[in-house]
Design a protein around this ligand. Structure first.
Ligand code: SF4
Length: 300
């Protein structure tokens, strides 16, 4: 909603600026005319605000890196600036001016660091542990708007390795679609078996799963600490087959023991799971038929 409102404001701004540039005679009050370079300052503000709005919309869209957004904004606003000046050659009472163009260009350039400092840099870094693309897609959609998001695929519980590769490929696909960085942990199934030793025969949802969550979230918390993320979180809790309370309790306890912050959220709320079904279908993600380990696959 916010981005559509911003687009509307931008369109109004562009229309307003071009109207002023192309209006045959703009009647400027004398007090304003007496200010030195008032018209240059006006060009600087007109195009600076335009570039700023372009960038803020790009950030709100949350699909592209800042450099791409800035480049697009610079190109679009400079083209409008060129067009605005060029067309004045054909409008009675107006003349194109290199100085006006340059003032607009300076405004466009100044808007880039300003938008970065005010809108992009302050977002907190969140490392999101993802179990699979279908679960991650709705969570990533929710979190991307408020955080600087990176994904972490660490799921050595998945068996066999062919299945692991398949789910990893889908998560890579998801990261590409959302324009977010993906980090991939080691696939050490033997180590995971050690972590759940003695609980192989447990029912799904029991102690084996508790140990499995701990194993994976511990790794995510360690990485988040090493890489200075403000928070870490997980997509595990969105599935109706997982106990959100338990997942969040484990995540919070690990975070506390490491001086880290865990994003304690129940993504099932507000139809999170239904949204993940819709988005998975839209993107054509592969949906697995069992949780991940060989024991869950046998039960299925
Ligand atoms: S059923 Fe799922 S959560 Fe439980 S141990 Fe197996 S892979 Fe882990």
């Amino acid at each position: 909603m916010k981005k559509y409102l911003l687009i509307f404001i931008l369109l109004c701004w562009v229309a307003g600026v071009l109207s002023l540039l192309w209006y045959p005679m703009v009647d400027v009050p004398r007090t304003v005319r007496e200010i030195t370079y008032y018209d240059k300052a006006a060009h600087l503000v007109f195009f600076g605000v335009m570039a700023y709005l372009f960038i803020v919309i790009g950030i709100a869209w949350d699909k592209f890196k800042f450099a791409r957004i800035a480049l697009f904004s610079f190109t679009a606003v400079t083209l409008i600036n060129v067009l605005g000046e060029y067309a004045q050659a054909y409008i009675p009472g107006r003349t194109p001016s290199y100085l006006d163009f340059s003032a607009g260009l300076i405004g466009t350039l100044l808007a880039i660091p300003l938008a970065y400092m005010l809108n992009y840099a302050p977002r907190q870094k969140l490392l999101l542990h993802v179990c699979c693309a279908p679960c991650a897609v709705a969570v990533a959609e929710i979190l991307q708007a408020g955080y600087k998001l990176e994904l972490y695929f660490f799921n050595p519980n998945i068996h066999p390795e062919k299945e692991y590769r398949k789910r990893l490929a889908e998560v890579k696909n998801l990261a590409k679609k959302f324009g977010v960085k993906l980090r991939v942990g080691n696939y050490d199934y033997q180590n995971w078996l050690e972590a759940v030793k003695g609980h192989e025969a447990d029912l799904e949802g029991g102690s084996r799963c508790e140990l499995c969550f701990t194993h994976r979230l511990q790794s995510a918390a360690e990485l988040a600490s090493r890489r200075n993320f403000h928070f870490y979180g997980t997509t595990l809790a969105i599935s109706p087959h997982k106990n959100s309370y338990l997942v969040n309790k484990i995540g919070s306890a690990i975070a506390e023991s490491m001086g880290q912050k865990f994003l304690d959220k129940d993504f099932k709320e507000n139809n999170g799971w239904q949204r993940s079904l819709v988005l998975s279908k839209k993107y054509g993600f592969y949906r697995q038929k069992y949780c991940g380990c060989e024991f869950s696959s046998r039960n299925t």
